[in-house]
Design a protein around this ligand. Structure first.
Ligand code: G3P
Ligand code: CA
Length: 238
């Protein structure tokens, strides 16, 4: 089972920063998970929210900033003063630093509001040799279909919310045509569903584990990966 550090080891360091990703590597995680958005000048940057308000000392929409302007923001002090020098990374920087060291699960955020982000992400990834160590995920079916059109061999994961219990044979057949994996919310975990998704040739990931008790419960299921704020919850299983 892959241990996937959610926004990096985000319980230990500010999410989606080099500090959090470095901790994930040190802790022996198999993947880092990160979120991408586009700047005003069409650079792909790593940040969860569509505004910079919560995780930097700035305010306003990510897409209202150029990359140079975003790079001036402090992306760490909100978490702890010791991280005052953390900056919002670009996807390119992350791939350069980590693509030979750890798997990378890239979530495309708000694709409907960021026209062209799939192509921009696929182009950046294409500069690196990728295999199963890079996965693109999204809640948005159409974003993943576009990614598969640009880069058929790139692995993809569809993130699923609890209404997935309405999943039908037809839906699973469709999903399996463009997704290698379904990433299900932890409240949906259920052996029957895991077996059913596997029978359609897809892997099953679970998001997002934030406490040891939930981690211990999740470990009993035959899943392929778990997204967690703290990879150490799963360390004994490795
Ligand atoms: O891996 C799924 C998870 O990252 C989705 O939720 O809000 O943390 O991006 P969020
Ligand atoms: Ca995410």
């Amino acid at each position: 089972m892959y241990i996937i550090a959610h926004r990096g080891s985000s319980s230990a360091a500010p999410e989606n920063t080099i500090a959090a990703f470095d901790v994930a590597v040190e802790q022996g995680a198999d993947y880092i998970e990160l979120d991408v958005q586009m700047t005003m000048d069409q650079h792909v940057v790593v940040i969860h929210d569509d505004t910079v308000d919560r995780t930097t000392n700035g305010n306003g929409l990510v897409k209202s900033y150029t990359l140079d302007q975003l790079k001036k923001l402090d992306a760490g002090s909100w978490f702890d003063q010791q991280y005052t020098n953390e900056r919002i990374p670009t996807l390119q920087e992350i791939l350069e630093r980590y693509s030979q060291r750890i798997g990378i699960l890239i979530e495309i955020k708000h694709p409907k509001r960021q026209i062209g982000i799939e192509k921009a992400v696929a182009r950046i990834i294409n500069r690196f040799s990728y295999s199963r160590h890079i996965i693109i995920q999204s809640f948005d079916v159409h974003a993943l279909q576009r990614i598969k059109a640009f880069a058929p061999s790139l692995r993809t994961a569809l993130i699923i919310k609890p209404d997935a219990f309405k999943l039908t044979k037809r839906k699973l057949t469709t999903y399996s045509s463009f997704a290698n994996c379904l990433n299900m919310k932890k409240t949906m975990i259920n052996k029957w569903w895991i077996d059913r998704i596997h029978s359609f040739g897809m892997e099953v990931f679970i998001w997002t584990v934030k406490d040891q008790k939930t981690a211990d419960r999740i470990k009993k299921y035959p899943i392929d990966g778990v997204v967690t704020d703290n990879p150490l919850f799963f360390q004994k299983e490795k």
